[in-house]
Structures are given as structure tokens and as C-alpha cells.
Design a protein around this ligand. Structure first.
Ligand code: AHR
Length: 513
């Protein structure tokens, strides 16, 4: 080996080390015409499923659990901090078997039904339209009603809209008799859910016609203006999007999409007991949504180049085996640092798609799937995913700022790829830059260098979410605060650059002034 070879090898080594040791994030704050990130990207979903509504949100006025008019007080407090922009209800699959008239009037007179989708549980309808709409009103949340197309009638859905939103007329009189004088404001109306599956097993051609018919009779009453959402595809079903765009684009405001991340549907894997390989595989599956969104968006662009129809990812999240000893139909799962990192990567991706993507609703808000909140009797636990949503809420209604992350994509054991570092940047009206970062590596910290095109940061601070083990979670009792955000101190200013030390498996949100 001669000197030339040694120099070449040394240069190669230095290059590899440098790219591994320092990740450069270039922030293009001067880029024009960037979309505002709709607050609705940080939306939630609450279904009559397991203990989401009952126990989770609603305990009733006579419950020993501290409550405000029947709603858990600890939940209301946690949701206020979270700043929930929009809440989808009553399903999911439940929506296509829900008959709204069963859920109004004196609670003791409301008929019961079997919740056949979710564990055969008896539904007593004590949480209905008034309880949902009042909750939203109380917390300043935009309600998103998912209407019954699968087993309901056009008249039933039309009358529900009238009941909620009309000032006068027979449905308004009925509402008034039930104690609510003023109509509520209702923007988002979903017309069916998963109409290809639990919502009626339809072909897209048939559903497109049915959608056209149902939406015709959902009227705007008393100054209320509906935003109508057609039931969309699952994951990789691009044909569903194509057929809906072809046949119904002129009469829809939004088209939905569902995308869940799991190990595989036959054996979903435990929420808390998993290998490092399982973790990396999950990240690969989760970030594949970037491509899935792009492909649905490309079809929408074909039919709607002006972008008049929005894409709404109104169900997404992780889906694990239920916690041992719980009803398999109730989808109650724990939530670890793995779910938090997955949420951070997903939200960073969604921020970048908000040219077309205008809403995303994580499934679900309480006690079901990738929940924000878990409850047991009068105890409450905020999950690692809650903390990510709370930290990320600075992106709500901020303007998207394009950035490039000079980090390697790595290959997960199952062959999918995931980023070693993920980032998203936005600018609030006040001029503050919000920078969310995630280091996915379980073993290594990452030095990240943030560089703006022209802006010179004066100061920066932030929060970090990390834990000793990716399998850590918050549990009832002493471990309720095991995974919790802390002030972030690993940041140095160097002229136009900020150097950030991200520990292994961490999520950081910075506020840069
Ligand atoms: O979120 C749980 C279920 O997942 C919903 O009810 C359904 O729409 C989806 O399949």
C-alpha cells in the first residue's frame, strides 16, 4: 500500500465518519407559497368500541370518578392541554350500525343495542349526539360526524344533519324538546366508513353512486355549511381512490384513507414485548405511508389538478394484540416509546403532505389502539404518544417550511427502509420556527446541524421525549410518569447554525427565535 492509497482510505473513512457523525438539516425558510399545516392533521378519533367512550370519556353524572356533567374531569384537563382540533365519532365500523335516534332524549328511555363489531358488548346509548356535540363545544373541538350508510337510510342521515344544525322545523323542535335550543355548528360529515368492508362490503362503483345519493340530501341549514367526506380506500387500494375521483369528485369536499401499522394481521405482536428487529420493521411499515400518500395524491391530481378535493387520513396508528386478559374485541393496547417514535415520524411526514392532506385522525383517543390516554377506574395515564402530540401541537396552523435531512435511510430486517433521523419545520405567525426531530437509532446518539438559508437564530429551547428502553411505557400507579418530556439542553448556537445532540431513540421539538 502506498501513501496515495493510505490518503484515499483515510479520506473515505473521514467521509463515512462525518456523514454518520453529523446529520445536516437544511431549512429553506425563504421558500414561497408553502401551505399552512392544518390543525386537523393533529386530529383524534373516538369510537363506541371497548372503553373508549364509556369509562374513557363518559362515566355519567353519578359516577364516583370525578366528572363534569358526566365527562371525566381528568380527561377534559388532559385534552385541553393537547389542543384537540377535530374529533371523529361515533365510528369506525360502529358508525354504519349506529342509529342516532337511539341516542337522544332521556337517558333512561334510550334503547339498547348489541355492538356486534366490537366484542358483542351491550351499548346503552347513554352517550349520544348531545353528549358528543357538547363535549366538542366545551373543548373548542371541531366535530366530525361519521354517518351511517351501511345499514341506515338516506332519510335517517338527512334528518340527523337537520337535528344538529337547523334553527327551525320538526327536527329542531325535537332537539329543543331534548334540552338544546341553539343548533350546533357541524362542519365535517363523513358519509359511510370503510364502505369496502365493515361499512357494507361495496364495490367502489356502487359506493360512488350511493355517496352521490346520500350527500344530495345532507343539506346546509341555518347558515351551517357542511364539508362532505366520502369513505375512502384502505392502504394500497389505489383503485378505490381512482373510481371515487372519477365518479364523485364534483360532490365531495374530502376523500378519506385509512392506514394502520402492525407486524402482520395474522400475528400483530405485543405492544410492550418486542425485539429491536420488530421495532425497526414497524418504523419501515409506518414511513411507507409517505409513498402511499404520494400515490393516492397523484391519482387525485390527475382528476383534480386544482386541488379542490382534500385527502383525509381519518384513521391511522399502530395496531397490536390486545393486553392479556382483556376482551379481544375491545382493542385495548399499551403504548411504548416505540409508538412515540412512530407517531413522530408519521407526523413529520403528514406535515410535508399538507398541500393535499388536510386532516389525520389517530386511532383512537382513549383506551383503544394507539391511544393518547388510558384509564382504569379513577386513574388516568398519559401515553408516550400523548406526549408527542402535545409537543407537536406547535405545528398546528403554522406555515410549513421545507427542509432537507442529510441522513441515511436504513434497511429494516424485513427489507423496508426507515430514516435514521427525521425532521419537520414550520413557522408560527409569531415568527417562531418549530423544529421536530426524531432519532430512530436504538444505540447511537446523533449530532444534527440545523442551518437556515438566511435566518440567524437568536435563541432556541425545546423539549425531549426519550427513555432508557424503547419498550418503556407509562402504567397505572408508580410508573405513570416513566416516559415523560423534559427540557432539552443539548443545543448549541454557532452563527447561522444550531448544533443539536439527539440521544438514541428520542423525539425533540425545538422552538427557535
Ligand atoms: O379503529 C378501529 C377500526 O378500524 C375502525 O372501526 C374501522 O374503521 C377500522 O377498520
Amino acid at each position: 500500500m502506498n501513501v496515495k492509497h493510505i490518503i484515499a482510505i483515510a479520506a473515505l473513512f473521514a467521509a463515512c465518519f462525518a456523514s454518520d457523525a453529523k446529520v445536516k438539516v437544511s431549512i429553506h425558510e425563504k421558500a414561497e407559497n408553502q401551505p399552512v399545516i392544518p390543525a386537523e392533521i393533529y386530529g383524534q378519533f373516538a369510537e363506541h368500541l371497548g372503553r373508549c367512550i364509556y369509562d374513557g370519556i363518559w362515566v355519567g353524572k353519578d359516577s364516583p370518578v370525578p366528572n363534569v356533567d358526566g365527562y371525566r374531569k381528568d380527561l377534559l384537563d388532559a385534552l385541553r392541554v393537547l389542543k384537540v382540533p377535530v374529533l371523529r365519532w361515533p365510528g369506525g365500523c360502529f358508525a354504519d350500525e349506529y342509529h342516532w335516534r337511539d341516542g337522544i332524549g332521556p337517558q333512561e328511555n334510550r334503547p339498547k343495542m348489541v355492538n356486534s363489531n366490537w366484542g358483542g358488548t351491550t351499548e346503552d346509548n347513554s352517550f349520544g349526539t348531545h353528549e358528543f356535540m357538547n363535549l366538542c363545544e366545551m373543548l373548542g373541538i371541531e366535530p366530525y360526524i361519521s354517518g351511517n350508510v351501511g345499514s341506515g337510510t338516506v332519510e335517517e342521515l338527512a334528518k340527523w344533519v337537520e337535528y344538529m344544525t337547523a334553527t327551525d322545523g320538526p327536527m329542531a323542535e325535537l332537539r329543543k324538546a331534548n334540552g338544546r335550543t341553539e343548533p350546533w355548528k357541524l362542519k365535517y360529515l363523513g358519509i359511510g366508513n370503510e364502505s369496502w368492508g365493515c361499512g357494507g362490503c361495496m364495490r367502489p362503483e356502487f359506493y360512488a353512486d350511493l355517496y352521490r345519493r346520500y350527500q344530495t340530501y345532507c343539506r346546509n341549514f341555518s347558515g351551517n355549511v357542511l364539508y362532505k367526506v366520502a369513505s375512502g380506500a384502505s392502504d394500497y387500494d389505489y383503485n378505490w381512490t381512482r373510481v371515487l375521483m372519477q365518479n364523485a369528485r364534483g360532490v365531495m369536499d374530502g376523500l378519506s384513507l385509512h392506514y394502520y401499522s402492525t407486524m402482520n394481521w395474522e400475528s400483530k405482536g405485543s405492544a410492550t414485548s418486542f425485539s429491536d428487529a420488530d421495532y425497526y420493521n414497524l418504523l419501515g411499515k409506518a414511513v411507507e405511508i409517505d409513498d402511499v400518500l404520494r400515490r393516492h395524491e397523484a391519482i387525485m391530481d390527475e382528476f383534480d389538478p386544482k386541488g379542490e378535493v382534500d385527502l383525509l387520513l381519518d384513521e391511522w396508528g399502530t395496531w397490536w394484540e390486545v393486553e392479556p386478559g382483556t376482551n379481544p374485541g375491545h382493542l385495548y393496547q399499551q403504548n411504548t416509546m416505540r409508538d412515540a417514535i412512530m407517531a413522530a415520524l408519521s407526523l413529520n411526514i403528514f406535515n410535508a403532505h399538507t398541500g393535499r392532506l388536510k386532516m389525520a385522525n389517530i386511532a383512537q383517543m382513549v383506551n383503544v389502539l394507539q391511544a393518547m390516554i388510558l384509564t382504569r377506574g379513577s386513574e388516568i395515564v398519559l401515553t408516550p404518544t400523548y406526549h408527542v402530540f402535545r409537543m407537536y401541537n406547535v405545528h398546528q396552523n403554522a406555515r410549513f417550511v421545507p427542509s432537507e435531512v442529510g441522513a441515511a435511510f436504513k434497511t429494516a430486517p424485513d427489507g423496508r427502509s426507515y430514516p435514521s433521523v427525521s425532521a419537520s419545520v414550520s413557522r408560527s405567525d409569531s415568527g417562531v420556527y418549530n423544529i421536530s426531530l426524531a432519532n430512530t437509532d436504538l444505540a447511537k446518539g446523533q449530532t444534527v446541524e440545523l442551518e437556515f438559508d438566511g435566518f440567524v437564530p437568536a435563541s432556541a429551547g425545546g423539549e425531549i421525549l426519550t427513555s432508557g428502553d424503547i419498550r418503556d411505557f407509562n402504567d397505572f400507579g408508580a410508573d405513570a410518569g416513566k416516559v415523560a418530556p423534559a427540557a432539552f439542553t443539548g443545543i448549541k448556537k454557532n452563527g447561522r447554525k444550531l448544533t443539536v445532540e439527539l440521544p438514541a431513540a428520542s423525539v425533540v421539538v425545538l422552538r427557535v427565535y
